[in-house]
Design a protein around this ligand. Structure first.
Ligand code: TNX
Length: 514
Protein backbone atom coordinates (compact mmCIF):
# COMPACT_ATOMS: atom_id res chain seq x y z
CA UNK A 1 0.00 0.00 0.00
CA UNK A 2 1.30 3.46 -0.81
CA UNK A 3 -0.31 6.87 -0.44
CA UNK A 4 -1.02 8.11 -3.93
CA UNK A 5 2.00 9.56 -5.59
CA UNK A 6 4.84 8.82 -3.19
CA UNK A 7 6.60 6.20 -5.33
CA UNK A 8 8.02 8.36 -8.09
CA UNK A 9 4.84 8.44 -10.19
CA UNK A 10 3.25 11.87 -10.65
CA UNK A 11 1.08 12.63 -7.65
CA UNK A 12 -2.62 12.00 -8.01
CA UNK A 13 -4.64 15.00 -6.84
CA UNK A 14 -6.06 13.07 -3.91
CA UNK A 15 -6.57 15.20 -0.79
CA UNK A 16 -7.22 13.89 1.80
CA UNK A 17 -5.00 10.85 1.26
CA UNK A 18 -6.90 7.58 0.89
CA UNK A 19 -6.29 4.67 3.22
CA UNK A 20 -5.46 2.27 0.42
CA UNK A 21 -4.45 3.03 -3.13
CA UNK A 22 -3.07 0.56 -5.68
CA UNK A 23 -2.38 0.91 -9.37
CA UNK A 24 -4.17 -1.46 -11.75
CA UNK A 25 -3.32 -2.15 -15.37
CA UNK A 26 -5.06 -0.12 -18.05
CA UNK A 27 -7.32 2.90 -17.73
CA UNK A 28 -10.93 3.98 -18.28
CA UNK A 29 -11.75 6.61 -20.86
CA UNK A 30 -14.55 8.94 -19.73
CA UNK A 31 -16.03 11.29 -22.30
CA UNK A 32 -19.12 13.30 -23.17
CA UNK A 33 -21.84 10.69 -23.51
CA UNK A 34 -20.60 8.71 -20.52
CA UNK A 35 -23.42 7.91 -18.10
CA UNK A 36 -23.69 7.68 -14.34
CA UNK A 37 -25.52 4.44 -13.59
CA UNK A 38 -27.05 4.76 -10.13
CA UNK A 39 -29.58 2.98 -7.94
CA UNK A 40 -33.01 4.60 -8.08
CA UNK A 41 -33.12 5.89 -4.50
CA UNK A 42 -33.93 9.41 -3.28
CA UNK A 43 -30.80 9.59 -1.10
CA UNK A 44 -28.56 8.73 -4.05
CA UNK A 45 -30.23 11.20 -6.41
CA UNK A 46 -28.27 14.35 -5.41
CA UNK A 47 -25.06 12.33 -5.37
CA UNK A 48 -25.57 11.03 -8.90
CA UNK A 49 -26.78 14.42 -10.14
CA UNK A 50 -23.75 16.30 -8.78
CA UNK A 51 -21.39 13.74 -10.28
CA UNK A 52 -23.07 13.88 -13.69
CA UNK A 53 -23.15 17.70 -13.74
CA UNK A 54 -19.51 18.07 -12.84
CA UNK A 55 -18.37 15.28 -15.14
CA UNK A 56 -20.30 16.96 -17.93
CA UNK A 57 -18.44 20.21 -17.30
CA UNK A 58 -15.06 18.46 -17.03
CA UNK A 59 -15.59 16.35 -20.15
CA UNK A 60 -17.08 19.16 -22.22
CA UNK A 61 -20.42 17.50 -23.02
CA UNK A 62 -23.49 16.01 -21.44
CA UNK A 63 -23.25 13.16 -18.95
CA UNK A 64 -26.60 11.64 -18.05
CA UNK A 65 -27.86 9.71 -15.05
CA UNK A 66 -29.26 6.29 -15.76
CA UNK A 67 -31.34 4.59 -13.06
CA UNK A 68 -32.11 0.95 -13.67
CA UNK A 69 -35.44 0.20 -11.99
CA UNK A 70 -34.37 -2.99 -10.29
CA UNK A 71 -31.28 -2.12 -8.32
CA UNK A 72 -30.39 -5.73 -7.52
CA UNK A 73 -29.78 -6.49 -11.18
CA UNK A 74 -26.90 -4.07 -11.05
CA UNK A 75 -25.44 -4.51 -7.61
CA UNK A 76 -21.87 -5.68 -7.89
CA UNK A 77 -22.01 -5.93 -11.67
CA UNK A 78 -19.65 -4.14 -14.00
CA UNK A 79 -20.86 -1.17 -16.05
CA UNK A 80 -22.45 -2.07 -19.35
CA UNK A 81 -20.18 0.28 -21.21
CA UNK A 82 -16.57 1.01 -20.27
CA UNK A 83 -17.21 4.76 -20.42
CA UNK A 84 -19.92 4.57 -17.74
CA UNK A 85 -19.55 5.11 -14.04
CA UNK A 86 -21.47 2.69 -11.92
CA UNK A 87 -22.61 3.57 -8.41
CA UNK A 88 -23.23 0.48 -6.29
CA UNK A 89 -24.87 0.47 -2.87
CA UNK A 90 -23.36 -2.60 -1.32
CA UNK A 91 -25.41 -3.30 1.76
CA UNK A 92 -23.05 -6.12 2.66
CA UNK A 93 -20.87 -3.50 4.32
CA UNK A 94 -23.66 -2.98 6.82
CA UNK A 95 -23.29 -6.44 8.29
CA UNK A 96 -20.60 -5.29 10.69
CA UNK A 97 -22.38 -3.50 13.50
CA UNK A 98 -20.44 -1.14 15.68
CA UNK A 99 -20.95 1.79 18.07
CA UNK A 100 -22.29 4.97 16.57
CA UNK A 101 -19.14 6.77 15.42
CA UNK A 102 -17.67 3.60 14.00
CA UNK A 103 -20.96 3.01 12.20
CA UNK A 104 -20.77 6.45 10.72
CA UNK A 105 -17.22 5.92 9.56
CA UNK A 106 -18.37 2.66 8.02
CA UNK A 107 -21.24 4.51 6.33
CA UNK A 108 -18.76 6.97 4.89
CA UNK A 109 -16.42 4.26 3.65
CA UNK A 110 -16.22 3.47 -0.05
CA UNK A 111 -14.19 1.88 -2.79
CA UNK A 112 -13.32 3.00 -6.30
CA UNK A 113 -12.21 0.60 -9.02
CA UNK A 114 -11.07 1.84 -12.38
CA UNK A 115 -9.80 -0.33 -15.19
CA UNK A 116 -10.46 -1.16 -18.85
CA UNK A 117 -14.01 -2.15 -18.01
CA UNK A 118 -14.92 1.25 -16.56
CA UNK A 119 -15.35 2.86 -13.17
CA UNK A 120 -17.23 1.31 -10.27
CA UNK A 121 -17.92 3.29 -7.09
CA UNK A 122 -19.15 1.18 -4.22
CA UNK A 123 -20.26 1.98 -0.67
CA UNK A 124 -22.60 0.87 2.07
CA UNK A 125 -24.48 4.17 2.11
CA UNK A 126 -25.17 7.27 0.04
CA UNK A 127 -22.65 9.15 2.22
CA UNK A 128 -19.92 6.73 1.19
CA UNK A 129 -20.99 6.93 -2.46
CA UNK A 130 -20.77 10.71 -2.26
CA UNK A 131 -17.16 10.52 -1.09
CA UNK A 132 -16.41 8.06 -3.87
CA UNK A 133 -17.76 10.51 -6.45
CA UNK A 134 -15.67 13.28 -4.89
CA UNK A 135 -12.57 11.13 -5.29
CA UNK A 136 -13.43 10.40 -8.92
CA UNK A 137 -13.97 14.10 -9.62
CA UNK A 138 -10.54 14.89 -8.17
CA UNK A 139 -9.08 12.45 -10.71
CA UNK A 140 -11.07 13.79 -13.66
CA UNK A 141 -11.41 17.56 -13.21
CA UNK A 142 -8.53 19.39 -14.81
CA UNK A 143 -8.61 23.15 -15.05
CA UNK A 144 -8.72 24.71 -18.48
CA UNK A 145 -10.39 23.41 -21.60
CA UNK A 146 -13.90 24.30 -20.45
CA UNK A 147 -16.62 23.88 -22.99
CA UNK A 148 -14.96 21.70 -25.61
CA UNK A 149 -15.18 17.92 -25.66
CA UNK A 150 -12.29 16.57 -23.67
CA UNK A 151 -12.12 12.85 -22.90
CA UNK A 152 -10.17 11.93 -19.78
CA UNK A 153 -8.29 8.69 -19.27
CA UNK A 154 -8.49 7.76 -15.62
CA UNK A 155 -5.54 5.51 -14.82
CA UNK A 156 -6.33 2.03 -13.56
CA UNK A 157 -6.52 1.98 -9.79
CA UNK A 158 -8.23 0.58 -6.75
CA UNK A 159 -8.95 2.87 -3.81
CA UNK A 160 -10.43 1.77 -0.51
CA UNK A 161 -11.12 4.58 1.85
CA UNK A 162 -12.83 5.56 5.09
CA UNK A 163 -12.53 8.53 7.42
CA UNK A 164 -10.42 8.40 10.55
CA UNK A 165 -12.74 10.75 12.47
CA UNK A 166 -16.52 11.13 12.35
CA UNK A 167 -16.48 14.92 12.90
CA UNK A 168 -14.54 16.83 10.26
CA UNK A 169 -15.60 20.43 10.53
CA UNK A 170 -15.16 24.03 9.58
CA UNK A 171 -16.36 26.91 11.72
CA UNK A 172 -17.19 30.15 9.95
CA UNK A 173 -17.51 33.28 12.09
CA UNK A 174 -20.27 35.16 10.28
CA UNK A 175 -20.66 37.57 13.23
CA UNK A 176 -17.47 39.68 13.09
CA UNK A 177 -18.03 40.04 9.36
CA UNK A 178 -21.12 38.68 7.67
CA UNK A 179 -20.81 36.11 4.88
CA UNK A 180 -23.76 36.07 2.52
CA UNK A 181 -25.57 32.91 1.45
CA UNK A 182 -23.83 32.51 -1.95
CA UNK A 183 -20.45 32.75 -0.23
CA UNK A 184 -21.41 30.11 2.31
CA UNK A 185 -22.66 27.84 -0.49
CA UNK A 186 -19.30 28.21 -2.26
CA UNK A 187 -17.49 27.27 0.95
CA UNK A 188 -19.71 24.20 1.25
CA UNK A 189 -18.53 23.01 -2.18
CA UNK A 190 -14.92 23.47 -1.15
CA UNK A 191 -15.60 21.54 2.04
CA UNK A 192 -17.32 18.67 0.25
CA UNK A 193 -14.38 18.29 -2.13
CA UNK A 194 -12.18 17.83 0.97
CA UNK A 195 -14.63 15.31 2.49
CA UNK A 196 -15.49 17.60 5.41
CA UNK A 197 -18.89 16.98 6.97
CA UNK A 198 -19.73 19.65 9.58
CA UNK A 199 -20.35 23.36 8.97
CA UNK A 200 -20.39 25.25 12.26
CA UNK A 201 -21.79 28.78 11.91
CA UNK A 202 -20.87 31.25 14.66
CA UNK A 203 -24.05 33.31 14.37
CA UNK A 204 -23.72 35.81 17.19
CA UNK A 205 -20.99 37.80 18.89
CA UNK A 206 -20.31 41.25 20.29
CA UNK A 207 -20.27 42.91 16.88
CA UNK A 208 -23.42 41.50 15.28
CA UNK A 209 -26.37 39.10 15.39
CA UNK A 210 -26.78 37.11 12.16
CA UNK A 211 -30.01 35.12 12.38
CA UNK A 212 -33.48 36.69 12.39
CA UNK A 213 -35.64 35.20 15.13
CA UNK A 214 -39.36 35.76 15.58
CA UNK A 215 -39.07 35.39 19.36
CA UNK A 216 -36.54 38.25 19.62
CA UNK A 217 -36.86 40.40 16.48
CA UNK A 218 -34.73 43.27 17.80
CA UNK A 219 -31.63 41.08 17.71
CA UNK A 220 -31.35 41.58 13.96
CA UNK A 221 -33.36 44.83 13.76
CA UNK A 222 -30.82 46.50 16.04
CA UNK A 223 -27.68 44.34 15.78
CA UNK A 224 -27.98 42.81 12.31
CA UNK A 225 -26.39 45.75 10.53
CA UNK A 226 -23.22 46.16 12.59
CA UNK A 227 -19.84 44.52 12.02
CA UNK A 228 -16.16 44.93 12.89
CA UNK A 229 -14.69 48.27 11.86
CA UNK A 230 -18.08 49.74 10.94
CA UNK A 231 -18.22 47.49 7.89
CA UNK A 232 -21.62 46.43 6.50
CA UNK A 233 -23.43 43.75 8.50
CA UNK A 234 -26.19 41.44 7.40
CA UNK A 235 -28.17 38.51 8.68
CA UNK A 236 -29.86 35.30 7.59
CA UNK A 237 -33.59 34.73 7.60
CA UNK A 238 -34.94 31.33 8.58
CA UNK A 239 -35.31 30.63 4.86
CA UNK A 240 -31.66 31.51 4.29
CA UNK A 241 -30.65 29.09 7.02
CA UNK A 242 -32.80 26.40 5.42
CA UNK A 243 -31.18 27.10 2.04
CA UNK A 244 -27.76 26.63 3.61
CA UNK A 245 -28.81 23.51 5.49
CA UNK A 246 -30.39 21.92 2.41
CA UNK A 247 -27.34 22.62 0.25
CA UNK A 248 -25.13 21.22 3.00
CA UNK A 249 -27.28 18.10 3.29
CA UNK A 250 -26.96 17.46 -0.46
CA UNK A 251 -23.19 17.49 0.12
CA UNK A 252 -23.28 15.27 3.21
CA UNK A 253 -22.54 18.19 5.52
CA UNK A 254 -24.44 18.78 8.77
CA UNK A 255 -25.07 22.34 9.93
CA UNK A 256 -24.12 23.17 13.53
CA UNK A 257 -25.50 26.60 14.50
CA UNK A 258 -23.84 28.49 17.35
CA UNK A 259 -25.37 31.13 19.59
CA UNK A 260 -22.52 32.28 21.82
CA UNK A 261 -23.39 32.91 25.48
CA UNK A 262 -22.87 33.88 28.30
CA UNK A 263 -19.96 36.00 26.99
CA UNK A 264 -19.60 37.44 23.47
CA UNK A 265 -23.15 38.82 23.81
CA UNK A 266 -22.86 42.54 23.17
CA UNK A 267 -25.05 42.31 20.06
CA UNK A 268 -27.81 40.91 22.30
CA UNK A 269 -27.33 43.35 25.20
CA UNK A 270 -27.25 46.22 22.66
CA UNK A 271 -30.64 45.09 21.33
CA UNK A 272 -32.32 44.22 24.64
CA UNK A 273 -31.67 46.43 27.67
CA UNK A 274 -33.59 43.93 29.84
CA UNK A 275 -30.47 41.73 29.66
CA UNK A 276 -28.43 44.49 31.35
CA UNK A 277 -28.63 45.49 35.06
CA UNK A 278 -30.38 48.86 35.13
CA UNK A 279 -32.14 48.13 31.86
CA UNK A 280 -30.17 50.36 29.50
CA UNK A 281 -28.86 48.65 26.39
CA UNK A 282 -25.08 48.55 25.93
CA UNK A 283 -23.46 50.56 23.13
CA UNK A 284 -22.83 48.90 19.78
CA UNK A 285 -19.34 47.42 19.50
CA UNK A 286 -17.25 47.27 16.34
CA UNK A 287 -13.77 46.65 17.77
CA UNK A 288 -12.03 43.29 18.13
CA UNK A 289 -11.48 42.94 21.86
CA UNK A 290 -12.94 39.86 23.54
CA UNK A 291 -14.23 38.92 26.97
CA UNK A 292 -15.95 42.12 28.10
CA UNK A 293 -19.64 41.36 27.47
CA UNK A 294 -21.86 39.09 29.56
CA UNK A 295 -25.28 37.90 30.53
CA UNK A 296 -26.44 38.09 34.15
CA UNK A 297 -27.77 35.00 35.87
CA UNK A 298 -29.91 36.98 38.33
CA UNK A 299 -31.83 39.11 35.84
CA UNK A 300 -35.38 37.86 35.25
CA UNK A 301 -35.07 38.32 31.48
CA UNK A 302 -32.01 36.08 31.11
CA UNK A 303 -33.48 32.56 31.34
CA UNK A 304 -36.46 33.35 29.07
CA UNK A 305 -34.03 34.87 26.56
CA UNK A 306 -31.94 31.69 26.48
CA UNK A 307 -35.02 29.46 26.31
CA UNK A 308 -36.59 31.42 23.45
CA UNK A 309 -33.44 31.94 21.40
CA UNK A 310 -32.00 28.46 21.76
CA UNK A 311 -35.43 26.86 21.40
CA UNK A 312 -36.09 28.76 18.19
CA UNK A 313 -32.65 28.12 16.67
CA UNK A 314 -32.87 24.46 17.66
CA UNK A 315 -36.23 24.25 15.92
CA UNK A 316 -34.84 25.76 12.72
CA UNK A 317 -32.25 23.07 12.02
CA UNK A 318 -32.56 19.36 11.31
CA UNK A 319 -29.10 18.46 12.56
CA UNK A 320 -28.73 16.99 16.04
CA UNK A 321 -26.35 19.64 17.42
CA UNK A 322 -26.69 23.11 18.91
CA UNK A 323 -23.50 25.00 19.80
CA UNK A 324 -23.82 27.15 22.91
CA UNK A 325 -20.52 28.99 22.69
CA UNK A 326 -19.39 29.46 26.28
CA UNK A 327 -15.94 30.91 25.54
CA UNK A 328 -14.21 33.84 27.15
CA UNK A 329 -16.81 35.03 29.64
CA UNK A 330 -14.07 36.83 31.48
CA UNK A 331 -16.21 39.29 33.47
CA UNK A 332 -17.96 36.85 35.80
CA UNK A 333 -17.01 34.37 38.47
CA UNK A 334 -17.00 30.62 37.95
CA UNK A 335 -20.22 30.10 39.92
CA UNK A 336 -22.26 32.51 37.81
CA UNK A 337 -20.68 31.13 34.64
CA UNK A 338 -21.72 27.58 35.43
CA UNK A 339 -25.24 28.73 36.33
CA UNK A 340 -25.59 30.48 32.99
CA UNK A 341 -24.14 27.56 31.04
CA UNK A 342 -26.53 25.24 32.89
CA UNK A 343 -29.45 27.39 31.65
CA UNK A 344 -28.16 27.18 28.08
CA UNK A 345 -27.59 23.43 28.34
CA UNK A 346 -31.12 22.99 29.65
CA UNK A 347 -32.56 25.05 26.79
CA UNK A 348 -30.60 23.08 24.18
CA UNK A 349 -31.66 19.76 25.64
CA UNK A 350 -35.28 20.94 25.80
CA UNK A 351 -34.99 21.78 22.08
CA UNK A 352 -34.00 18.15 21.50
CA UNK A 353 -30.41 18.98 20.58
CA UNK A 354 -27.07 17.66 21.70
CA UNK A 355 -25.18 20.60 23.19
CA UNK A 356 -21.76 21.59 21.88
CA UNK A 357 -19.61 24.25 23.52
CA UNK A 358 -16.14 25.74 23.57
CA UNK A 359 -13.80 24.14 26.07
CA UNK A 360 -14.80 26.44 28.95
CA UNK A 361 -18.14 24.63 29.29
CA UNK A 362 -16.17 21.70 30.68
CA UNK A 363 -16.39 23.61 33.99
CA UNK A 364 -20.16 23.03 34.03
CA UNK A 365 -21.97 19.76 34.58
CA UNK A 366 -22.53 18.32 31.11
CA UNK A 367 -25.18 15.88 29.95
CA UNK A 368 -23.72 12.61 28.62
CA UNK A 369 -22.71 12.89 25.00
CA UNK A 370 -22.24 16.67 25.10
CA UNK A 371 -19.46 17.85 22.79
CA UNK A 372 -16.59 20.01 24.04
CA UNK A 373 -14.51 21.92 21.51
CA UNK A 374 -10.89 22.38 22.58
CA UNK A 375 -9.27 25.56 21.27
CA UNK A 376 -7.06 27.33 23.82
CA UNK A 377 -3.82 25.42 24.32
CA UNK A 378 -2.73 27.81 27.07
CA UNK A 379 -5.30 26.43 29.47
CA UNK A 380 -8.12 23.96 29.95
CA UNK A 381 -6.54 20.65 28.93
CA UNK A 382 -7.24 19.16 32.37
CA UNK A 383 -10.91 20.17 32.43
CA UNK A 384 -11.53 18.90 28.92
CA UNK A 385 -9.90 15.57 29.74
CA UNK A 386 -11.95 15.32 32.95
CA UNK A 387 -15.17 16.08 31.07
CA UNK A 388 -14.24 13.40 28.53
CA UNK A 389 -13.69 10.87 31.32
CA UNK A 390 -17.18 11.78 32.55
CA UNK A 391 -18.71 11.02 29.14
CA UNK A 392 -18.28 14.13 27.00
CA UNK A 393 -16.97 13.91 23.44
CA UNK A 394 -14.18 16.14 22.19
CA UNK A 395 -13.62 18.05 18.96
CA UNK A 396 -10.11 19.41 18.53
CA UNK A 397 -9.53 22.94 17.26
CA UNK A 398 -6.12 23.73 18.74
CA UNK A 399 -5.59 27.35 17.77
CA UNK A 400 -1.92 27.00 16.81
CA UNK A 401 -2.89 24.37 14.18
CA UNK A 402 -6.49 24.90 13.12
CA UNK A 403 -7.19 28.63 13.53
CA UNK A 404 -7.13 29.62 9.90
CA UNK A 405 -7.59 33.27 10.84
CA UNK A 406 -4.03 33.34 12.20
CA UNK A 407 -1.40 34.73 9.84
CA UNK A 408 0.69 32.35 7.72
CA UNK A 409 3.74 34.42 8.64
CA UNK A 410 4.58 37.88 9.96
CA UNK A 411 4.34 39.46 6.52
CA UNK A 412 0.89 38.16 5.65
CA UNK A 413 -1.45 41.16 5.39
CA UNK A 414 -4.53 39.46 6.86
CA UNK A 415 -5.12 37.63 10.10
CA UNK A 416 -4.31 37.72 13.79
CA UNK A 417 -1.32 36.31 15.63
CA UNK A 418 -2.33 35.81 19.27
CA UNK A 419 -1.48 32.09 19.07
CA UNK A 420 1.46 32.54 16.72
CA UNK A 421 1.60 32.10 12.98
CA UNK A 422 0.18 29.06 11.18
CA UNK A 423 2.11 28.20 8.04
CA UNK A 424 0.56 25.44 5.92
CA UNK A 425 2.98 22.87 7.25
CA UNK A 426 2.05 23.68 10.84
CA UNK A 427 -1.64 23.18 10.04
CA UNK A 428 -0.70 19.78 8.60
CA UNK A 429 1.98 18.24 10.79
CA UNK A 430 0.23 17.37 14.03
CA UNK A 431 -1.31 14.27 15.49
CA UNK A 432 -4.78 14.55 17.06
CA UNK A 433 -4.24 11.73 19.54
CA UNK A 434 -1.32 13.63 21.06
CA UNK A 435 -3.16 16.88 21.79
CA UNK A 436 -5.02 15.80 24.94
CA UNK A 437 -4.93 12.80 27.22
CA UNK A 438 -8.36 11.37 26.43
CA UNK A 439 -10.14 8.03 26.73
CA UNK A 440 -9.86 6.20 23.40
CA UNK A 441 -13.43 6.73 22.20
CA UNK A 442 -13.78 10.37 23.37
CA UNK A 443 -12.09 11.95 20.37
CA UNK A 444 -14.89 12.77 17.96
CA UNK A 445 -12.88 14.73 15.45
CA UNK A 446 -11.20 17.88 14.26
CA UNK A 447 -12.52 21.29 13.22
CA UNK A 448 -10.82 24.22 11.51
CA UNK A 449 -11.96 27.68 12.61
CA UNK A 450 -12.11 30.84 10.56
CA UNK A 451 -12.68 33.90 12.73
CA UNK A 452 -13.38 36.94 10.62
CA UNK A 453 -12.06 40.00 12.46
CA UNK A 454 -9.79 40.73 9.46
CA UNK A 455 -11.92 39.13 6.73
CA UNK A 456 -13.69 41.83 4.74
CA UNK A 457 -14.30 40.10 1.42
CA UNK A 458 -14.57 36.75 -0.35
CA UNK A 459 -10.95 37.22 -1.42
CA UNK A 460 -9.83 37.63 2.19
CA UNK A 461 -11.81 34.54 3.13
CA UNK A 462 -10.25 32.37 0.41
CA UNK A 463 -6.76 33.71 1.14
CA UNK A 464 -6.90 32.53 4.76
CA UNK A 465 -8.95 29.37 4.23
CA UNK A 466 -7.00 27.88 1.35
CA UNK A 467 -4.77 25.97 1.22
CA UNK A 468 -4.80 25.42 5.00
CA UNK A 469 -8.29 23.93 5.10
CA UNK A 470 -6.94 21.06 3.00
CA UNK A 471 -4.27 20.38 5.62
CA UNK A 472 -6.78 20.18 8.46
CA UNK A 473 -9.12 18.09 6.31
CA UNK A 474 -6.38 15.52 5.77
CA UNK A 475 -5.57 15.46 9.51
CA UNK A 476 -9.25 14.72 10.15
CA UNK A 477 -9.75 12.11 7.41
CA UNK A 478 -6.51 10.25 6.80
CA UNK A 479 -4.82 7.70 9.04
CA UNK A 480 -1.24 8.43 10.15
CA UNK A 481 0.16 5.59 8.00
CA UNK A 482 -0.68 7.42 4.76
CA UNK A 483 0.15 10.93 5.91
CA UNK A 484 3.42 12.73 5.32
CA UNK A 485 4.38 16.28 4.37
CA UNK A 486 6.15 15.53 1.07
CA UNK A 487 3.33 13.40 -0.28
CA UNK A 488 0.74 15.92 0.90
CA UNK A 489 2.57 18.83 -0.71
CA UNK A 490 2.78 16.95 -4.04
CA UNK A 491 -0.85 15.84 -3.98
CA UNK A 492 -2.03 19.30 -2.95
CA UNK A 493 -0.11 20.97 -5.79
CA UNK A 494 -2.03 18.71 -8.18
CA UNK A 495 -5.35 19.36 -6.40
CA UNK A 496 -5.22 23.16 -5.97
CA UNK A 497 -5.68 24.28 -9.60
CA UNK A 498 -9.35 23.37 -9.22
CA UNK A 499 -9.65 26.20 -6.65
CA UNK A 500 -8.26 28.59 -9.23
CA UNK A 501 -10.77 27.31 -11.76
CA UNK A 502 -13.53 27.97 -9.23
CA UNK A 503 -12.39 31.59 -8.96
CA UNK A 504 -11.03 31.29 -5.43
CA UNK A 505 -8.20 33.65 -4.48
CA UNK A 506 -6.21 31.09 -2.50
CA UNK A 507 -2.70 31.66 -1.17
CA UNK A 508 0.35 30.19 -2.92
CA UNK A 509 2.32 29.50 0.23
CA UNK A 510 6.11 29.27 -0.14
CA UNK A 511 6.33 25.71 1.22
CA UNK A 512 4.76 23.97 -1.82
CA UNK A 513 5.88 23.82 -5.48
CA UNK A 514 2.50 24.93 -6.84
C1 TNX B 1 -10.61 33.51 20.32
S1 TNX B 1 -11.63 30.90 20.01
C2 TNX B 1 -11.99 33.52 20.28
C3 TNX B 1 -12.66 34.32 19.24
C4 TNX B 1 -11.70 35.12 18.43
C5 TNX B 1 -10.50 34.29 18.09
C6 TNX B 1 -9.54 34.95 17.17
C7 TNX B 1 -12.74 31.36 20.78
C8 TNX B 1 -13.62 30.34 21.23
N1 TNX B 1 -12.80 32.68 21.00
O1 TNX B 1 -13.63 35.13 19.84
O2 TNX B 1 -12.35 35.53 17.28
O3 TNX B 1 -9.85 33.94 19.28
O4 TNX B 1 -8.54 34.08 16.74
Amino acid sequence: MSPAGTAGAPAQPLVPAPRFHAELPGSARLAAGSAVVAPDLPAVEPVARRLAERLGRALGGPVGVHRPRDDSRWAGRRPQRPADIQLVLDSGHRAAQAPSDATQRLDESFSLTCDERGVVLSAASPAGLRHATTTLLALVERPGGRGRPRPVDVPGMRIEDAPRFAWRGLMLDVARHFLDVPTVLDVLEVMADLKLNRLHLHLSDDQGWRLRLTSRPRLTEVSGATAVGGDPGGFYTADDLHTIEAAAADLGIVLVPEIDTPGHVNAATHAYGELVPGGSPTEEYTGIDVGFSRLHADLPATAPFLDDVLGEVGGLVDGPWLHLGGDEALEMDRAEYTRLVALALRAATAAGKVPVGWQEIAHAELPPGAVVQYWDERTGAQQVAAAARAGARVVLSPASRTYLDLKYDADFPLGLDWAGHVPLRRAYEWEPSEVLDLPADALLGVEACLWTETVRSREDLAALLLPRLAAVAEVAWSVPAVRGWDGFAARLAAFAPRWTAAGLAWTRTPDVAW
